[in-house]
Design a protein around this ligand. Structure first.
Ligand SMILES: *[C@@H]1O[C@H](CO)[C@@H](O)[C@H](O)[C@H]1NC(C)=O
Ligand SMILES: *[C@@H]1O[C@H](CO)[C@@H](O)[C@H](O)[C@H]1NC(C)=O
Length: 377
């Protein structure tokens, strides 16, 4: 038997061995790279993507402003190409990055405030989002970040910069064929309403939900007035399942860390109101080229948390983040000195508030049909 093996080894030419080895390594690489990459959108004429909102869609605008809500340091960005801490609040890409790639635009959506962006980078779209922001004007004030109104101003400034290069007419066409993603709302509840007493004194929960939806409505209407036609608005997640919310609400008990259902139902009610409002806005604009869609992140996230170990997901940790203890750390508390788990794809959350790249990827996969709807001509 020993002899037989030696013989069979001898008949393998060294070049052949090298060939197999190379093929094997190539296949390994390809499968690693394609694991978060495969789906592509149907043929479409979308040339750019524009993003507004909070940390769920900020790729690093906060790097350029004075605020404690930053993430341009390790371990953030650990699993990005080149492992750069871009200012994304995750270990890797955001859902908006996956959407840009899916539509065939680019791999990463850059922050508008990076003044070194080339004209090509600008023309394929940017994000105006700012971590910590929200629809209630008070929310960004609490954290010193960029309000939605200022994000809109920056978009208008962007438009005139582009018009200066390609002209007004082509700019209008570019905008009308672009995908717009608006993602905020969680900070209004978690950082603002349920933490600072100001709004609670003014509004009951249903009144505050209504107030926020009115602000979303006005923002989307303003975007439409600026020429946007393909707009997707993201609802809020099961906020009662964010690790930091569980920590704050569970009287320091580490043993019982279930989602805070009362807060998640506030999210459900708000999402319902938002969905109805967006549908009626779409109808009232009476334009066949206008598509305003609601993006449900609540259901996919809730599903991931509930069925974490299901083979579709393969998560092992749902109520604590990968960074630090996982119960509290976010932003400056999730820093180079913090303990970090080795495999973030086993965690739903990267830090105590923000999803991992794997979670963002799974959310992206769940909303492809909505993207297909808005990119249709
Ligand atoms: C800003 O954009 C330029 C051009 O894409 C890039 O080379 C640079 O790394 C970006 N800056 C930061 C801080 O990400
Ligand atoms: C935390 O403690 C308060 C007051 O003792 C109690 O009302 C509340 O139900 C507790 N919350 C949890 C999640 O145990």
């Amino acid at each position: 038997m020993f002899l037989g093996m030696e013989t069979s080894m001898n008949i393998l030419h060294p070049n052949l061995v090298l060939f197999f080895l190379r093929t094997f390594i190539f296949l390994l690489r390809a499968s690693a790279e394609s694991s978060l990459a495969e789906p592509r959108a149907p043929v479409n004429s979308v040339q750019a993507i524009f993003v507004f909102g909070d940390s769920t869609s900020d790729p690093g605008n906060n790097n350029y402003i004075r605020t404690p809500f930053k993430s341009d340091f390790a371990p953030y960005g650990r699993d990005l190409p080149d492992h750069v801490a871009t200012g994304r609040f995750s270990n890797g890409r955001l859902s908006t990055d996956f959407i840009a790639r899916y539509v065939g635009i680019k791999e990463l959506v850059p922050p508008y405030l990076n003044s070194s962006l080339s004209i090509e980078e600008l023309m394929t779209g940017v994000s105006f989002a700012s971590a910590g922001s929200g629809y209630d004007p008070l929310t960004p004030t609490l954290s010193g970040v960029i309000p939605m109104s200022k994000q809109m101003d920056n978009f208008m400034q962007y438009k005139s910069r582009i018009a200066g290069t390609i002209g007004q007419e082509k700019t209008t066409e570019l905008i009308s064929k672009s995908v717009f993603i608006v993602s905020a709302g969680t900070n209004d509840f978690v950082v603002n309403y349920f933490t600072v007493p100001i709004r609670k004194k003014m509004y009951t929960i249903p009144q505050y939900q209504h107030f926020l939806v009115q602000n979303v409505h006005q923002f989307i209407k303003n975007l439409w007035d600026q020429g946007a036609r393909k707009i997707a608005v993201v609802g809020v997640p099961p906020m009662g399942c964010l690790p930091i919310v569980i920590t704050m609400a569970s009287n320091n008990s580490i043993s019982r860390r279930g989602c805070i259902e009362s807060l998640s139902s506030v999210a459900t009610d708000y999402n319902q109101l938002l969905q109805v409002n967006l549908k009626s806005l779409e109808l009232s604009l009476q334009d066949q080229h206008t598509k305003i869609a609601y993006i449900d992140v609540y259901s996919p996230l809730h599903d991931m948390i509930q069925f974490a170990r299901n083979s579709n997901y393969g998560f092992e940790h749902v109520n604590s983040g990968c960074c630090g203890t996982g119960y509290l750390e976010t932003a400056f508390m999730c820093n180079p000195a913090a303990y970090v788990c080795s495999d973030a794809s086993k965690y739903v959350f990267w830090d105590s508030i923000h999803p991992t790249e794997m979670t963002y990827y799974l959310i992206f996969k769940s909303l492809r049909s909505v993207i297909d709807y808005i990119i249709k001509d």
